[in-house]
Design a protein around this ligand. Structure first.
Ligand code: GLN
Length: 490
């Protein structure tokens, strides 16, 4: 048995009884424990996972009704689960137990999967390096002195080190795609509204979107479509048909117009990133795609716009953490005001406080029009950039996921602006609400992975996933695992 195989291959093997769920689960659990130095898991669900695996083996493996029966998966610790703690990597929630499970997680449980454990993240999903976890940082399995990206850094590193066959992430401004890129794995941010946000601890509600992270685009396709669909508990989730994304659209590359935005190939990106992404686009051209130069003229305003909108929403969402309704309550306080102040001062880390202050500022009277309202207008212009490109010029957009490969731990942690700029290529699709995927397309001179990003029009996940699957049929970047990971589990 080889836990390095993509999820969809493992499902086939489970179906044919070539492997058992218990063997598989034991392997993942033992490798998770052997690689604890990576800081991937905040909690493991060992006993329950093994129990579920035994039951799955008895019940007969995956089937049409239970396509994930016997499959263990990892969950970013921002999704509430009724078993265990949901901490969001915050001191504030270090003992929080949710009375319910997020819809997206529940749908995978209903399909027969079970949780291996909860993965580390930047506190409240605010960050691009996982250094903002209030517990411990995550290390990049390709080079343990470097960051895995964030905020879904634990989930990204879990897949890279093959500690789980699939992991869930959330993406507000890049938190699935950016760690996927830095960890050399595949990650899908669906269209806003495609997957229910019910049960996610909210960061910025108009941007947050859950999605899968896995070895291959096919794996992401299967998990993504099983999580997708209307949920009565999330009024922004949309009732649209979800096709079988894992079955790629035929001959997708023939005549496909790939838009290459000039604003994404700028001086500030590393030369290896530019070269490998370019080679990735050529690979698709070889299969019949046709390249068109496009412009997304408002790209340069995306980061500033995002930090106004996302911080404003965060300051409002995080108001509920007051030490009374939610969160650890400060001790020895006098009066209600001191209880609030002390609980929030002790409970939140520095980046979360920075966002709350920025958000409160841009929403305050006198500044609301100048910042918040202005940012909403620029957000509309960014949305229109994408609408125009897809209406007039292209079927998908191809570009880098990140300007650089994984950077050393500590390099940017004192410089929030440098850190924010790492998301320059992921934020625009988040603001526009359109689907995007990051897939491995090569390595730089330090053998650090590089991600190719494909962006599609709203609701066209099937299209970008099909292009991604066509790319992965021809290349094996996604099958490569970090060299120091033993190729077979002990
Ligand atoms: N890195 C971005 C931020 O810090 C995006 C985070 C996310 O997508 N959750 O806000």
């Amino acid at each position: 048995m080889d836990r390095h195989l993509p999820l969809t291959t493992l499902i086939e093997q489970l179906g044919k009884r070539e492997i058992s769920s218990v063997e598989l689960t034991e392997q993942y659990l033992s490798s998770a424990k052997n690689r604890s130095e990576l800081g991937v898991f905040l909690s493991l669900n060992e006993e329950e996972a093994l129990k579920a695996a035994r039951q799955a083996d008895q019940d007969g493996g995956p089937s049409e009704e239970m396509p994930l029966r016997g499959i263990p998966f990892a969950i970013k610790d921002i999704f509430t689960t009724s078993s265990g703690v949901t901490s969001c990597a915050s001191q504030f929630l270090k003992d929080y137990r949710s009375p319910f499970t997020a819809t997206s997680v529940q749908r995978l449980l209903n399909a027969g999967a079970f949780s291996l454990g909860k993965t580390n993240l930047d506190e409240f999903a605010m960050g691009s390096s996982n250094e903002n976890s209030s517990f411990f940082p995550v290390r990049n399995p390709w080079d343990e002195k470097r960051v895995p990206g964030g905020s879904s850094g634990g989930s990204g590193a879990a897949i890279a080190a093959r500690l789980a066959p699939v992991a869930l992430g959330t993406d507000t401004g890049g938190s699935i795609r950016q760690p996927a890129s830095l960890c050399g794995i595949t990650g899908l941010k669906p269209t806003y509204g495609r997957i229910s946000r019910y049960g996610l601890i909210a960061f910025a509600s108009s941007l947050d979107q859950p999605g899968p992270m896995a070895v291959s685009a096919k794996d992401c396709a299967l998990i993504g479509r099983l999580m997708a669909g209307k949920d009565e508990n999330d009024s922004t989730s949309v009732d649209r048909p979800v096709s079988r994304w894992e079955e790629p659209l035929e001959n997708i590359c023939e005549g496909l117009r790939i838009g290459v935005p000039k604003e994404y190939f700028i001086d500030g990106i590393s030369s290896a990133v530019g070269e490998r992404v370019e080679a990735g686009i050529q690979e698709l051209e070889k299969r019949g795609a046709q390249r068109v130069e496009i412009s997304l003229p408002h790209t340069e305003y995306a980061v500033a716009t995002y930090y106004v909108v996302a911080s404003a929403e965060a300051s409002s969402n995080l108001a509920r953490f007051d030490g009374i309704r939610y969160g650890t309550r400060a001790q020895e306080t006098e009066g209600l005001m001191e209880l609030y102040t002390k609980s929030r001062s002790e409970g939140f880390g520095p980046e979360v406080k920075r966002r709350i202050m920025m958000g409160t500022y841009v929403l305050s009277s006198g500044y609301y029009d100048a910042y918040y309202l202005k940012a909403q207008k620029v957000r509309t212009l960014i949305q229109q950039d994408f609408q125009k490109a897809f209406a007039d010029k292209c079927d998908v957009i191809a570009c880098p996921t990140t300007p650089h490969t994984a950077f050393p731990i500590g390099e940017k942690s004192d410089d929030p602006l440098q850190m924010y700029l790492e998301d320059i290529f992921t934020i625009p699709a988040s603001l526009a609400g359109v689907p995007a995927i990051s897939l491995p397309c090569g390595f730089d001179e330090n053998h650090l992975p590089i991600g190719l990003q494909l962006i599609g029009p709203a609701w066209e996940e099937h299209r970008i996933l099909s292009v991604a699957q066509a790319f992965q049929d021809e290349t094996d970047w996604h099958l490569q695992a970090p060299p120091h990971t033993p190729s077979k589990a002990a």
